[in-house]
Design a protein around this ligand. Structure first.
Ligand SMILES: [Zn+2]
Ligand SMILES: [Zn+2]
Length: 348
């Protein structure tokens, strides 16, 4: 039943093409999804700009929502129906490696080795007009949630994972360094965990948005010495938890200094380039600082993010910068790499 589909692909440096492909047949337990919204994440932007090398053409798109267009054999008709509106989890995990077996699917050894189906392109593959997925990767969304919002389930899930690693408690002080989309997600989530939220961000518009989304205090680290400022707000102790959502390596030692005794520091963002930076082992020892990182959501985090959006607990609308039609994918990619832009979405 091969169906002709269109895919948005990176075909060269800063060049997007729309290619015609044919889907393979549905396997047992799979459904065909008509994609309605796909967001352009940092990964897609880095491939577009040649910072992440992939064999070209390749198709990005791992932040996706759409509706069920066809049910494969063996799909439970009591649970799933044509027309169901869904957020789609496109992150791959093998299910067989040590990390998958021990419930840490986000650290799967084969996470970046998703098998490529016959006729399709390498890459997460959500930037197509139709995609094939297993029902375990579908999360229903109600009419009250737009496809654009639902496409942002994955970035929210990333931050759910990060916030859980901080083990936040009521009344604690949390510092979030950076007010980009991921920093703003951290703000909303930390507030809902009952914390006092301080945001360090140089851009005035982002500080304003952070306050609108619930941050208690925002400051410009170029105007206030960040460590002194955070200590001044915490009786000289430092915060219980510090999240670095920037990809500036020199911020890491600063984050450790901002944490009080027994505090945690979570390195959320990836580093490109990854410049080694000196930290004080004595500080970790003497203050019992927990220093850790957070990478990708696991399947449970995706489920939680879907509920937070569906129940209206977290509103993703302020984080959507602009939407472009499928045919204007080149323009969408160009818009997505303008510094300071939140999520750009391709609609279909
Ligand atoms: Zn993403
Ligand atoms: Zn695995």
């Amino acid at each position: 039943m091969a169906l002709k589909i269109k895919t948005i692909a990176v075909t060269g440096l800063k060049t997007i093409g729309i290619l015609d492909l044919e889907t393979p047949d549905l396997r047992r337990g799979e459904v065909l999804i008509k994609v309605h919204a796909a967001a352009l994440c940092t990964l897609e932007q880095r491939i577009f700009q040649g910072e992440v090398k992939m064999p070209l053409p390749c198709t990005g798109g791992h932040e996706v929502s759409g509706e069920i267009a066809l049910l494969g054999e063996g799909v439970n008709p009591k649970k799933w129906a044509i027309g169901n509106r869904v957020a789609v989890r496109l992150l791959y995990n093998c299910g067989e490696c040590y990390y998958c077996r021990t419930g840490r699917t986000n650290m799967c050894e084969r996470a970046l080795k998703k098998p490529v189906r016959e006729g399709l392109l390498i890459g997460p593959g959500g930037l197509c007009d139709y995609i094939i997925v297993e029902t375990k990767d579908l999360f229903l969304i109600p009419e009250s949630v737009s496809y654009e919002e639902a496409a942002l389930t994955e970035p929210l899930a990333c931050c759910v994972h990060s916030i859980n690693r901080g083990n936040l408690q009521f009344g604690e002080t949390v510092v979030i360094i950076g007010g980009g989309i991921m920093g703003q997600n951290h703000v909303m989530l930390a507030k809902r965990k009952g914390c006092r939220v301080i945001v360090s961000e140089v851009d005035a518009n982002r500080r304003k948005l952070a306050r609108q989304l619930g941050a208690d205090i925002t400051f410009n680290p170029l105007e206030h010495e960040p460590v002194e400022y955070v200590r001044s707000l915490t009786d000289g102790r430092g915060a219980e938890c510090v999240f670095n959502t920037t990809s500036i390596p020199s911020v890491v030692p600063q984050a450790i200094e901002m944490a009080g005794k027994g505090g945690s520091v979570i390195q959320y963002s990836s580093m490109h380039p990854d410049v080694p930076t000196p930290i004080s082992p004595q500080k970790l020892h003497g203050n019992e600082i927990i220093l850790t990182g957070s990478i990708s959501p696991n399947a449970e985090d995706f489920f939680v993010a879907n509920r937070l959006i569906n129940y209206g607990i977290i509103d993703m609308k302020p984080l959507i910068a602009k939407a472009f039609p499928f045919e204007e994918a080149q323009k969408a990619f160009e818009a997505s790499i303008v510094p300071g832009t939140f999520r750009v979405i391709i609609k279909n």
